[in-house]
Design a protein around this ligand. Sequence first.
Ligand code: G6P
Length: 607
Amino acid sequence: MCGIVGYTGNANAAEILVNGLKNLEYRGYDSAGIAVLNENKLNSYKSKGSLDMLEDKLANNGKIVAGTGIGHTRWATHGVPSDFNSHPHSDCNGKITIVHNGIIENYQVLKKELLTKGHKFDSSTDSEVVVHLLEDLYEGDMVQALIEVDKLIEGSYAIVAISEDEPETIYGLKKDSPLVAGIGREENYLASDIPALLSKTKDFYIFEDDEIAKVNREKIEFYGLNGKLLEKDVFEADWDADMVDKKGYDHFMLKEINEQPDVARRIMADRFTETDIDLGDIEEILAGDYKKIMITACGTAYHSGVIGRFLIEEFADIPVDVEVASELRYKKNFIDKNTLMVVVSQSGETADTLAALRLAKKQGAKVVALTNVIGSSVDREADSSFQLMAGPEISVASTKAYVAMVLVFYLLALKLGNLNNNISKARLKELIAGLKRLPYRIQETISEFDEISKEIAESIKDYKSVFFIGRNIDYALALEGALKLKEISYIHAEAHPAGELKHGSLALIEDGVPVFAITTRENVAMKTLSNIEEVMARGGQVNLITAKNIEYDKIEVDNKLILPEMDNIWSSVLAAIPLQLISYYTALELERNIDKPRNLAKSVTVE
Ligand code: G6P
């Protein structure tokens, strides 16, 4: 979703802004722009489309000399992608300009008032009201003006502003949308996300809601809404800039698929004794006496939660609900102090997930977060967090963060099972030994299925619809398989509990229609095999992903992907990998924009 970078220093601001925004391209955007202060004059350059198009525009304007500026990549919410809706937006006199991430929910009321006062609007965005409000409220003190703006606007926002009155200063304000200040040497930065600045600094201040920063070359000052200076701790980021490189892979997605064995190793390092698992800080919360567990998340993270539910119920014998975070607030939820809430978010900034977290806390639940970004809102607001340690995930389609989430759910389920005395020591010992082997099996699965995934991709690429079926935990995998395929190949893909196919979608199965069937669990595999027969009887093309110990030889299908041998408990981790590879190669065949699929964003910071 939208990205922000701000800079003040002695270097070429335009270049720094565009490069910083390039590091945020993965978040998804449809237009971009920068504004720089050149000899105390504000100049804006904006372009619909990619940053390359903005760069062309900048090049056509000759050398832009400026040491201070702000930049933005926009993912359209209010108003179509266009030059005039792109940020930055300026006030009526072109003296103040701002960029904004998030949504100003009461912008219509504010805009009406501002229009009555004679303000002229150039765009159809919600964001533009912010700069006109600043114009109205600014009386020589931008911090004060931002405090007043903060009181008037509703919604979620990260705002960065500059003004001709202070040509070497950038200002930031945020609520419910991330913003960080990067600490440099005789230069400083603001950005919506740490990866934008990793090549420049590892030291950051993280904004809390309703904090305002005044940033110039020498120092960064934070103010509260009462106008008083705040003390802030420096946060040191542990990601390297080269972790955000493709490292020779054609796409981040493929690189991230191949990083999964290492991610698994990192998650499990130093966690095990022979018969116990050390989950660090979250253990104190896990040890509480809960009547139920609720898992909430969005997208791929939600799918990991569906797996989590099966695992926790199976190993720990505790009832688990799993809810899509964007729905949770709009139903009766039965969350109370006897609920353990598990919130899952790779970015830690997904607006709906954050709202669900806050609701759960308000209703008295204890909240454990699984997140990949230390210092993110979800990480900070949960009672305790478990780091996914997947490293920066750039591809919009999540792969390594998903596998990390699934693995952490295994650890959680086994830990809870152990705390509940629901797993015998001998079984736990076996399971821990399996977990330790898993990184090697993940590696094997990636290598073994690369070729066949290409062949399957070739065979499905021209179909309009693809179906994914499975039962129990295999259904959770089917959900993720379908999401992965549709988001990057744009082929319509649907997942069904295998038994449900005949209640509707079977009507769509005809000659050649691809169906992926997943059978990793013995207790339901035979039932799914019957559903596969139903598909084959209608001419469907069946691709079976199955665990080694299942009696798959009972059935002749178009393609059989037999996962490396290990306790079938782990096959749910392994089965995700061919699904990722097949989606990747299908999108490659179709020449899609794999890392940045159309209309989608990596971090969804609006509801
Ligand atoms: C977006 C991304 C997905 C992701 C989902 C939840 O839709 O494109 O890849 O699964 O958001 O994101 P989160 O950061 O909360 O895990």
